[in-house]
Each structure stands twice: as structure tokens, then as C-alpha cells.
Design a protein around this ligand. Structure first.
Ligand code: ZN
Length: 416
């Protein structure tokens, strides 16, 4: 079923008819709706809830919209039903679901429904909890208080058993459950084999080796500090607005990981400013832990965190190559010297997007959803073009990679 709502831009008066594909997810959370006015470029942020409909209601008007937009909270929108001019410009019964089925087939779309069901049941009800629990982890307080907070949240009786885990461990267990809900079978199959190799290595490694790993990385990045001040707050913040990324998880559901995606898929749950901010933050936090990932690679392959060997090239000061380097140079080192890590991190540490965002020089085209990132202030032709949904998919990948790394670090710490 689709429901039509007419709204009016509060800046220029341009009218829209939004045709929303109604599904059960409306009972689980408020749907985010982000529209950019093609007339005046005003960003209009709305949400739809049950039973009230579109909020704020001051945007709602009676008249039919000049621009028609097909909307789904969980599916990408094909260009056939995206920003169409004129009344009756697309069949009112033609929903985002039907539209996508024509391109991918029903079996593929059903795969995505499994992902969405996992997220709605396993993450959405607790999405703000990750932020609420952070102070307990930061202060490394009494883990009983944290468990009591969880008990209140889940309306369960407070535990009377002695607590053996600390706050950090409990929090990380929580991240693992979120990761299980957010990763897909295709993600694990296509993107996660490197992580599995590292976990197998940790299983076989001696305590001395693992201690060396944590020690040798600490001059470059205090691991606990990274978890508590970088990784956890980042994960908590993105998870707290995960509903904006649901249509972008489509590519993970169907196992299409290469960017750019060929199809013209659109997304109306998030706008370019939020996506670019989230991406830039994920990039910064991931770059901080890259030396640690290089250290574990060297330890695994050459028995020493600092010993690098690949073909003819060999040196014993591998981690120094990351000291006082810009993120761009750190990325170059990874791309040139650590092919398996490069493959694992692919699409998550593209610095052109971060730089374009940093220079606050990004140009968004509403009609095509292309974002042009001008990544070098001195060169007018230095432009990285990417569709909004692809940058959103990168943020999704950053999030799952960040979670996997925190899970790996805690796996190592538990072995000590
Ligand atoms: Zn407008």
C-alpha cells in the first residue's frame, strides 16, 4: 500500500506529493524523510510516525504537489519514481518494492527483508542505549551499575550473581550483538575473511606475542583510549540514527559491494550533509587504528610487529612509517604495502570524500543525487563524484568494520 501526503517547502512554496510505501517498519520506529527542494535547495527534514503521519504537520498542504516522490523507509528508490514533475507522472500503485522487483527480482528483495527484520528486532529498540551506556564505560565504573541500567532498560530483575566482566567487556559484548544484526551473510562471505584469519591467528598466538602487539601499538595509539574515546562514541552515534542508513544496507543484503553501483538508486532517508559528516568521522577514527592493524599483520606474517616483509622489500621499522604522518600518507602506506588490509578496508578510507567535505566544498545535485567533492582547494578539476547512496553505503561499511576491529581487540585482550 502507498500513502500520499502533500507538503510545501517553507522557503519558496514549492509543493511535493510524497508517495510512501507503507510496511510494518512504521510500527517499529519513526521514518526519516529528507527532501531537498529542487526550486530553492532548501533541505526539508521530516519524519513519519504511526499513527500521526508526517511531522511536523505544518508542512502538510491539501493541494497536489508539483514534484512527485516515491518513498520507502527501507528500500532504495529507482529513478522511475524519484522527483517526477507533474500530477500523475507515475502510477500511484507503483511502489518502491514493485519498482525494485522489476530490476532485481523478488528473491533478491526478500534477502534485504531479512536484513531489515534483523535490524528492526536487534538494533532499533536499543539504538539510543549505546549512547546512554557510554558514561559507565568512560569512567570504568562499577559494572553492577551498568548491568542494573540494562536490567531497567530490558524490564528484567536485577541480577544477584557476582559480576565478573568489567564495563568495557559488557559494552563490547553489546557491540557484538549489534554487529551480528547489522552484518549480512554476504558481508561475512565476501568481506570478512581477513578478520577470520586474524582471529585464527590470535587463537594460535602465545600470550607474549599478543602482549607485544598491544605494547608496540601503544606509542602510536593507546588502544583502550581509542576504544573509549573514538570507536565506541562513533559506533554509538551512527547506531543512534541507523534508520537513516537502512536503504543503503540493500547492497550488503544482495552482496553488491563494488562502488560505484551501476544502477541509479536513490535514497530519501538521509541528506548529503549528514552522510558526509558521518563518513568524515568514520575515516578519522579508522585512520587512528590503522597502525595497530599493520602491527598485527606484521606479527602474523613475520613474527614481529615492526618487521615488514613482502617479496623483495623488507624493513624492521614498519610502525615508524605511520608516526606523524598525515592520514593521506598513512593510507598510501596501507595501499602500497598491505594488500590484504587494503582489500579489507576498501571503500572505508577514501580521503577524497573526507577532503572534499573538509574544504566545505561539496556540490549536491538533487536531480541525480550526485555529490561532487572538490577535494583539492588549489585544483578546480580535482573532483570526486559519487552518488548519495554510495557514500551512505561507505558509512555502513565503516560502521561494520569499526565494530569488527573493536571485537577483535577485545578478543585479544580476553586471551591475555
Ligand atoms: Zn523550496
Amino acid at each position: 500500500m502507498t500513502v500520499s501526503t502533500n507538503i510545501k517547502c517553507d522557503v519558496c512554496g514549492h509543493t511535493f506529493t510524497i508517495k510512501s510505501q507503507m510496511d510494518d517498519s512504521i510500527f517499529a520506529y519513526d521514518w526519516p524523510i529528507e527532501i531537498v527542494c529542487p526550486e530553492c535547495s532548501n533541505h526539508i527534514a521530516l519524519h513519519m510516525n504511526y499513527p500521526d503521519g508526517i511531522k511536523p504537520s505544518s508542512y502538510i498542504v491539501k493541494e497536489d504537489g508539483k514534484t512527485h516522490i516515491g518513498y520507502s523507509a527501507t528500500l532504495p528508490i529507482l529513478s522511475e519514481i524519484y522527483y517526477k514533475e507533474g500530477i500523475g507522472s507515475f502510477n500511484p500503485f507503483y511502489s518502491a518494492y514493485m519498482n525494485l522487483c522489476g530490476l532485481y527480482g523478488i528473491a533478491v528483495i526478500e534477502k534485504h527483508k531479512i536484513t531489515i527484520a534483523k535490524i528492526i528486532n536487534g538494533i532499533i529498540p536499543y539504538k539510543s542505549l549505546m549512547i546512554e551506556l557510554l558514561p559507565f564505560v568512560k569512567l570504568d565504573g562499577n559494572p553492577e551499575y551498568l548491568l542494573n541500567k540494562l536490567a531497567v532498560y530490558f524490564k528484567q530483575k536485577r541480577g544477584e550473581k557476582r559480576v565478573t566482566a568489567n564495563c568495557l567487556e559488557i559494552y563490547n559484548d553489546f557491540i557484538e550483538t549489534i554487529f551480528n544484526a547489522l552484518s549480512t551473510a554476504e558481508y561475512i562471505k565476501q568481506r570478512s575473511s581477513y578478520m577470520l584469519e586474524l582471529r585464527n591467528f590470535v587463537d594460535d598466538a602465545s600470550t607474549e606475542q599478543l602482549q607485544q602487539l598491544l605494547d608496540c601499538a601503544s606509542p602510536f595509539q593507546d588502544i583502550d583510549k581509542w576504544l573509549i574515546s573514538s570507536a565506541y562514541p562513533y559506533i554509538a552515534d551512527i547506531v543512534n540514527h541507523i534508520e537513516q542508513y537502512l536503504p543503503a544496507t540493500f547492497f550488503s543484503s544482495i552482496g553488491a559491494f563494488s562502488i560505484p553501483h551501476a544502477e541509479n538508486l536513490n535514497i530519501l532517508t538521509i541528506d548529503n550533509r549528514q552522510v558526509s559528516d558521518d563518513y568524515a568521522r568514520g575515516f578519522e577514527e579508522l585512520m587512528k587504528i590503522v597502525p595497530f592493524m599493520a602491527a598485527i599483520h606484521n606479527l602474523k606474517h613475520n613474527g614481529d610487529c615492526n618487521h615488514y616483509k613482502e617479496g623483495e622489500v623488507e624493513y624492521t621499522n614498519a610502525l615508524e612509517k605511520f608516526v606523524n604522518k598525515t592520514n593521506g600518507d598513512k593510507k598510501k602506506e596501507i595501499y602500497n604495502s598491505y594488500p590484504s588490509l587494503k582489500e579489507y578496508l576498501e571503500y572505508t578510507i577514501e580521503n577524497h570524500i573526507r577532503n572534499g567535505k573538509n574544504h566545505e566544498d561539496e556540490v549536491y545535485d538533487v536531480k541525480t543525487q550526485n555529490i561532487a567533492y572538490h577535494f583539492n582547494a588549489n585544483r578546480a578539476d580535482a573532483i570526486h563524484n559519487e552518488r548519495l547512496i554510495d557514500v551512505s553505503f561507505r558509512v555502513y561499511l565503516q560502521l561494520v568494520v569499526m565494530m569488527e576491529i573493536t571485537i577483535l581487540i577485545n578478543y585479544i585482550k580476553k586471551k591475555l
